[in-house]
Design a protein. Structure first.
Length: 146
């Protein structure tokens, strides 16, 4: 079985997933863990990667902003979502949208008839107290004073 580690550096948690393909080329989730980072995602990532990835498998990272803090291969959330959708579509179910309900931003990816993301609807909620409201206020005040 070919295995890989995926890590999502989210606004409030760091999530690790070990996935692999079996002999039938089906993708299976082997292990997963999600850890609150309390404002220090880089430390949580470093502290937990070695334990989670004892076999030293290839690692890919996703996340909206925080993925750029780590010097590893990364993909955007929409790209990761399309890969996941390809896997889900092997079940022959039809989907018209996928929700991404993060701690900072809620997003809905609309899916076209080919199974690809066609549009995005988003709204900041600052659900986990990550500071998005504060950043919006700084931007608002900055634009008023310019």
């Amino acid at each position: 079985m070919k295995e890989v580690i995926g890590v999502c550096l989210g606004s409030s948690t760091v999530s690790f997933v070990k996935a692999g393909k079996n002999s039938g080329n089906e993708i299976n989730i082997i292990d997963k863990i999600s850890i609150a980072h309390n404002g220090n995602p880089k430390k949580v990532f470093k502290d937990n990667l070695i334990n989670f990835n004892k076999d030293k498998l290839p690692v890919v990272i996703t996340g909206r902003k925080l993925r750029f803090m780590i010097n590893l291969d990364s993909i955007s959330e929409p790209e990761a979502t399309e890969y996941a959708l390809d896997h889900i579509n092997n079940t022959k179910e039809e989907f018209t949208a996928i929700d991404s309900l993060g701690g900072e931003t809620f997003m809905v990816y609309n899916i076209d008839e080919t199974g690809k993301i066609s549009s995005l609807v988003t709204k900041n909620q600052c659900a986990s107290g990550t500071g998005e409201f504060f950043l919006q206020q700084i931007s608002l005040k900055k634009s008023k004073s310019c």
